[in-house]
Design a protein around this ligand. Structure first.
Ligand code: 0GY
Length: 290
């Protein structure tokens, strides 16, 4: 059973006013279960509601997207079967990011690669994982670098100073989830976000301008998030990605309307050229080069 204090995903999102361009990619979303077929990890920190591939693909079509990047979440641990199954169903219309252990076999990596996995995710959020062993992460990163994969990292802004040497020494491109989780009360010109922008000067880093529902203090329509995302889009237009984050695990304050999330896009990418990079050119380059 899903945790009672976590909200289920929006049952009937609105149709976005903003029309995304052809071939648009939702580059951060998840599949959960269904638990009867793909049980959640015994070590999970939360139990989400079932949110299977059919529902994800229906949302993709409803919002006008062509493709998904499906990111393995901690509630499934390193059992990537639900994600892999979704990739196999979607064919060329999805790619994946996996969670793997240090002792993952070469055969499993090859199988995941054939299914469409192109990255691994390292999670540093204390509320989601018991430990984030950097030496083991580095071993994994070295192995997947040989496959041409990248590393996705999820951390909160106060941890950036501590993590910076590790992140910059990773042997692959590094994709940062949810804008590095800034405290938006510090302001877009504040010292915390300035630090993050300095990290982004290193061209190995990419950034997902996603998660307004997680970062907002003001709530929908996310006016307080727009300046942060827009600054990133305008500063590194060729290294930004966008995703819905459906089905929005661990949301307790409000459940976003995914149509309303899409309508934030033209506010953070204010020209058609920037939208094209954000939704099509960048994710295609990173995930569909082969
Ligand atoms: C997200 C966000 C969250 C959860 C996870 O792996 C996870 O369980 O990433 C969160 O709770 O902030 O993007 O999936």
């Amino acid at each position: 059973m899903a945790d009672a204090n976590y909200l289920p995903f929006h049952p009937s999102p609105s149709k976005p006013t903003f029309a995304v361009p052809p071939h648009a990619v939702d580059a951060h979303c998840h599949v959960f279960g269904p638990a009867a077929r793909f049980p959640f990890s015994p070590a999970r920190k939360y139990t989400p509601c079932d949110a299977g591939k059919e529902q994800l693909f229906a949302l993709r079509d409803f919002l006008g997207f062509e493709r998904n990047v499906i990111v393995q979440a901690t509630c499934h641990g390193s059992d990537n079967r639900a994600m892999e199954d979704a990739l196999l169903t979607a064919g060329d219309r999805a790619r994946g990011v996996a969670l793997v252990e240090t002792n993952v076999s070469d055969d499993e990596l090859k199988r995941l690669d054939a299914a469409g996995v192109r990255g691994v995710r390292f999670n540093f959020l204390r509320r989601l994982v018991d430990s984030s062993p950097r030496d083991q992460f580095m071993q994994v990163a070295r192995r997947v670098a040989d496959l041409g994969w990248h590393v996705v990292v999820y951390f909160e802004a106060p941890d950036l100073d501590d993590l910076r040497p590790f992140l910059t020494s990773l042997p692959t491109e590094v994709i940062v989830d949810h804008m590095g989780r800034p405290d938006v009360r510090g302001g877009v010109d504040g010292p915390e976000f300035a630090k993050f922008l300095r990290l982004m000067e290193n061209e190995k880093f990419w950034i997902k301008v996603s998660g307004p529902e997680r970062l907002t203090v003001a709530g929908p329509p996310y006016d307080d998030i727009v300046p942060f995302a827009r600054r990133l889009v305008e500063t590194c237009p060729d290294r930004v990605l966008w995703g819905t984050d459906w089905p929005h695990p661990n949301m307790t304050s409000h459940m976003p309307d995914d149509g309303q999330l899409v309508d934030v896009i033209p506010r953070i990418a204010p020209t058609p050229a920037l939208v094209q990079q954000l939704l099509v050119d960048n994710p295609m380059r990173l995930y569909w080069a082969r």
